[in-house]
Ligand binder design. Structure first.
Ligand SMILES: [Zn+2]
Length: 180
């Protein structure tokens, strides 16, 4: 396993990035987004670029604008509200946060406004390979819209980033059919 250290080592120019760009520009973009490099490591299953940030919404916004041009390249941002990532298929939430299955504590009902991404996420959730897929949610209390991870064909708790209301979203009526 190759390791590429986070700070102050002399091998910076050899860091494999998600796309071809000058390392200085990449570092500047990280700083502007309030993110820190934890590590970049190469494993048998791919390259993992791990970042850390204090704000999940800011991390999602950063990741949505990242272009990952390489297969098996994963950017993951560790935040206090989950590990959010991006790969060649776009944004993902690594795992549901533990409180998201605590549906009895819901304060209102959120609305499913649409699927995020090209369908790879819901396919993986339908197969049970991951525990969530991403949707656009509308807050049942304040109307704010944001992206969050939910369970496939089940009820999930999501927290509005604007008013912090615990919204219950139910994907029980969502159907998924694979073609081809
Ligand atoms: Zn709200």
């Amino acid at each position: 396993m190759a390791m590429f250290g986070g700070r102050g080592n002399g091998r910076l120019s050899r860091i494999p990035l998600a796309r071809d760009e000058p390392i200085e520009r990449w570092q500047r973009r990280l700083a502007e987004a309030g993110l820190r490099l934890v590590e970049i490591k190469q494993t048998d299953s791919g390259i993992y670029q791990t970042l850390a940030g204090d704000d999940a919404e800011q991390a999602k916004d950063f990741l949505r604008h990242e272009t990952v041009e390489k297969e098996q390249y994963y950017i993951v941002v560790e935040t206090p509200d989950g590990n959010w990532g991006a790969d060649i298929n776009g944004l993902f939430l690594e795992n549901l946060r533990p409180w998201q299955t605590d549906t009895a504590t819901a304060e209102c009902r959120g609305q499913l406004r649409g699927l995020i991404g090209g369908g790879e996420g819901i396919a993986a959730a339908a197969h049970g390979w991951v525990d969530n897929y991403l949707v656009q949610v509308g807050c049942g209390r304040c109307g704010h819209e944001w992206i969050d991870g939910i369970r496939f064909r089940d009820a999930t708790l999501v927290r509005c980033p604007a008013c912090h209301a615990r919204n219950l979203v139910d994907s029980g009526a969502v159907t998924y059919t694979e073609f081809g």
